[in-house]
Design a protein around this ligand. Structure first.
Ligand SMILES: NC(=O)N[C@@H](CC(=O)O)C(=O)O
Ligand SMILES: [Zn+2]
Ligand SMILES: [Zn+2]
Length: 346
């Protein structure tokens, strides 16, 4: 049994840092381990153009720990008003991706897109210039059950969009179903997917049996165990189109433990350790490096990191709560023991 694991430094291809007084805590939690992160643009108001992305990047950089080499990779939030000119301008300035939030699908998606055909000219431009489309893949129709919203999105939105724009590179974010895992595996190389720690570790029984656990509530919602198993199989397959995206999405404890609790799990404080434990359980610890440090960079056409991190097998307990700005937060697997621990970064 190995007790030390040195990996090329990983990146997080799906991360929410939020804004304002929590930035110091959220940035530090990710910068402790990850080299780069794709920063989700669902602030209020959304990060919808280059000027907003640049300003947000500066706020993140100001919040960075002194000796950190963390690089935030900014994204644009697509709205019904986004123009092809805004896409070209952002692409020229190095923005790698834009994010589709179906309006009403998730946290801070109210400014999102009502019908994807409204943004066809924007998608055409993205396809031409090589900007990636990141999608929250759920339909929002009130008659579609919350557990079916991802599957129906594949049929009604993703497949037709891919047919209209076969050259558009798309990341199906935070996949939660066997349907999505199969769809990605059967598709062309232009489609990739991120997988979160919570969707590998938990299924809906963990959230709902023996009491309702609001800290496991995220979107897309945890599905039944067969779907969880399909995601685990996807990781074990070693298919390079699956890669690390934590979807670490902090909400203050009072906003989670509430009559109408927010969706999102805060995994950043233990992100790589959470994945290491799952990969070991699946018997594929040797595949963690590709999933965490190679596949995402390759898919995005970015160079792989050249420095390393080292994990050691040394059980530790995730804190029950952590400070988050002026409030506090309960991280994913709070109070539980993890086997792997980040020892150093080189
Ligand atoms: N995943 C979540 O449950 N929440 C995310 C939004 C998102 O990624 O859908 C958030 O911003 O809180
Ligand atoms: Zn989402
Ligand atoms: Zn997210």
């Amino acid at each position: 049994m190995t007790d030390t694991l040195t990996l090329t430094r990983p990146d997080d291809w799906h991360l929410h840092l939020r804004d304002g007084d929590v930035l110091g805590d959220t940035v530090a939690a990710s910068a402790r381990c990850f080299g780069r992160a794709i920063i989700m643009p669902n602030l209020v108001p959304p990060v919808a153009d280059l000027a907003a992305a640049n300003a947000y990047r500066q706020r993140i950089e100001r919040a960075m720990p002194a000796d950190s080499a963390f690089t935030p990779l900014m994204t644009l939030y697509l709205t019904g008003e986004t123009t092809p000119a805004q896409i070209r301008e952002a692409h020229k300035a190095g923005v790698l991706a834009a994010k589709l939030y179906p309006a009403g699908a998730t946290t801070n998606s109210a400014s999102g897109v009502r019908d994807i055909r409204e943004i066809d000219s924007v998608l055409e431009t993205m396809s031409e210039c090589g900007m990636l489309l990141l999608v929250h893949g759920e339909v929002t129709d009130s008659d579609i059950d919350i557990f079916d919203r991802e599957k129906i999105f594949l049929e009604r939105v993703l497949e037709p969009t891919r047919q209209r724009f076969p050259n558009l590179k798309i990341v199906l974010e935070h996949i939660t179903t066997a349907d999505s895992a199969r769809y990605v595996r059967e598709s062309t190389e232009n489609l990739g997917a991120t997988i979160t720690p919570q969707h590998l570790i938990f299924n809906r029984n963990d959230m709902l049996v023996g009491g309702m656990r609001p800290h496991l509530y995220c979107l897309p919602i945890l599905k039944r165990n067969t779907h969880q198993q399909a995601l685990r199989d996807a990781v074990v397959s070693g298919d390079s189109r699956f890669f690390l995206g934590t979807d670490s999405a902090p909400h203050d404890r009072t906003k989670k433990e509430s009559a109408c609790g927010c969706a999102g799990c805060f995994s950043a404080p233990a992100a790589i350790e959470l994945y290491a434990d799952v990969f070991e359980e699946l018997g594929v610890l040797n595949q963690l490096e590709a999933f965490a440090a190679f596949n995402g960079a390759d898919f995005y056409g970015q160079p792989r990191n050249t420095d390393t991190i080292t994990l050691v097998r040394k059980p530790w307990t995730v804190p029950e709560t952590l400070p988050l700005g002026s409030g506090e937060i309960r991280p994913l697997r709070a109070g539980e023991t993890l086997n792997w621990q980040l020892a150093r970064t080189d």
